[in-house]
Design a protein around this ligand. Sequence first.
Ligand code: SF4
Length: 168
Amino acid sequence: MGSIVTIKLRSHHLLCILSYMGMGHTPTFVLNFNAIAQRIREGEDIWIVAGPDDICAPFAPSEGELPRCPCENAAEKDRLAAEAITSLLGRPVTPETPFEFNADILAKMRAGFSSRQIRQACSGCDWETICDAVSLMKYQNALVFFPPPEASSSPPSSTTQPPSDPQQ
Ligand code: SF4
């Protein structure tokens, strides 16, 4: 269990984290997501929220305004992801509750992701083929893993161009 609850995530981003490999639509988005991935690797806890979260943070319309998730139907994706992950893990995933990633949970969720058991929320996402590829590669390039190897302190900062729409 991590020590402090600090990382705010909406439910469908629990899926996106599984296959995140340092790709995103803007350099700022990638840098922000890379930092979140590193904090998860280091054991920081997660707090489930409804609505825009720390991954959405770079998409604030302007300074001082709340970010907007660029994902279409984000609330419905959250609902579907929470339902699927709740079923898979046998524990509720709901806003305003903590969530913990560890090696066992990550392995179980990736198995569920690869088998498509928990991918209802991914339907129609422009990044689906990329997440499929990461899954097929057995997540070897994904940035969240346990235990962190020596090299994990310097995650890649690739900013490979995204499809037409944002990833999350
Ligand atoms: S397909 Fe889209 S919603 Fe699903 S994990 Fe990948 S980026 Fe996230």
